[in-house]
Design a protein around this ligand. Structure first.
Ligand SMILES: [Zn+2]
Length: 361
């Protein structure tokens, strides 16, 4: 059961343009939704209720909203719905040494995620559905448990038509598919989507190795999934963009920051290379030791706040990612609100050290 107060306020928020309110106006619009979510999860998730029992009854500001460590979703199955209402369980793509996070979704949360993603992305790629090239293999959608990778592709499919997969099931380039996609759509806008590391290794490096290139001069590439593995290869965002354009002709490249624990609220990179905070979400940067909110431009741990989830208590999460707010309301792309950058992850040993002793549900 979702409270009517939450539902009404959420609908109002979604009806807005995602980047028109300034930071002060945005907090005014977002806070009541987040307060309603806090009450909702206190009522419906015994684990959340215990975790926040020492907080005041109602947060007065966004900064006061309690937050959970994102890794709790790897350790526990946190839910605010009855088992009968579970629509799907989303699993983050953990590596073999990592336990994947489990995110419990009901139909309404899942629908809200899709709608929000559409609303946010339309601001960057327009409303028209475009031919879609997915930098992945078709088999990714066949696994029974919905992986974050599959969920991302399903989410982007809302913007696409005539979807073509660029890779074979063994992750090699499907050159026939690429050639026919290029032949059909070289003269018109197309959308290309993939996970950052796969775009680099399975697509760009593979094109290079086979001395191939594409010509999609009206294309836009949307990609996500973290820079950690690419930083190890010494590939930064400008290098990535340059290589995309050189090897595929695609002039527009938008990275976005988002996570399996908060599907739907994505932070998309604008034409200036800044990640923007939409009106239905917020970002706070916290000092990793004191957990106090940092001034703009100071780096710290990223806290993500989303107005979407009612089926699991993950609307305010402290991530293990390091970033900093670069500014607010004055990006030259014209979008209002905060903009930020992600600088990497907290070293693993440090995270284990504190969370092992502090986590208890
Ligand atoms: Zn911008």
């Amino acid at each position: 059961m979702t409270s009517q107060a939450y539902q009404d306020r959420y609908e109002q928020l979604l009806a807005q343009d995602m980047y028109s309110l300034n930071t002060a106006e945005k907090e005014g619009a977002l806070l009541p939704v987040i307060q309603a979510l806090h009450q909702h999860h206190k009522l419906h998730s015994p684990a959340y209720s215990r975790l926040v029992q020492h907080y005041r009854d109602q947060p007065d500001t966004i900064e006061d909203v309690p937050f959970l460590a994102v890794r709790l979703f790897k350790l526990f199955s946190l839910s605010s719905i009855s088992d009968d209402d579970v629509f799907r369980v989303l699993q983050s793509s953990g590596t073999t040494s990592q336990t994947p996070a489990k995110v419990i979704l009901d139909r309404i949360t899942s629908a809200r995620q899709s709608k929000a993603l559409v609303k946010i992305m339309q601001n960057f790629i327009g409303k028209q559905r475009l031919p879609l090239l997915v930098i992945d293999a078709p088999s990714v959608l066949k696994n029974k448990a919905l992986s974050a990778r599959a969920a991302g592709i399903q989410g982007m499919a809302f913007f696409g038509r005539q979807t073509v997969y660029a890779l074979n099931d063994d992750m090699t380039l499907n050159t026939d598919a690429l050639n026919s996609f290029q032949k059909l759509y070289a003269d018109q806008p197309v959308l290309v989507f993939g996970f950052t590391f796969m775009v680099w290794t399975c697509f760009l490096e593979a094109l290079k190795a086979q001395k191939l290139s594409l010509s999609l001069p009206h294309g836009a590439l949307i990609h996500s999934g973290g820079w950690k593995k690419l930083t190890d290869k010494q590939v930064d965002n400008p290098t990535f963009k340059r290589e995309v354009t050189r090897l595929t002709g695609i002039p527009r490249v938008h990275n976005f920051y988002g996570m399996a624990e908060q599907v739907g609220t994505v932070f998309v990179e604008c034409e200036q290379g800044h990640l923007h905070v939409p009106e239905m979400a917020d970002i706070l940067i916290r000092d990793p030791y004191s957990l106090a909110v940092c001034e703009n431009k100071t780096q710290g741990l990223i806290q993500v706040i989303s107005s979407i989830p009612t089926s699991y208590p993950g609307f305010s999460l402290l991530t293990e990612d390091v970033g900093r707010v670069l500014g607010q309301d004055d990006c030259s792309c014209g979008r209002s609100g905060k903009y930020f950058e992600v600088l990497g992850r907290l070293p693993k040993t440090e995270v284990r050290g504190c969370s092992d002793t502090q986590v208890s549900v």
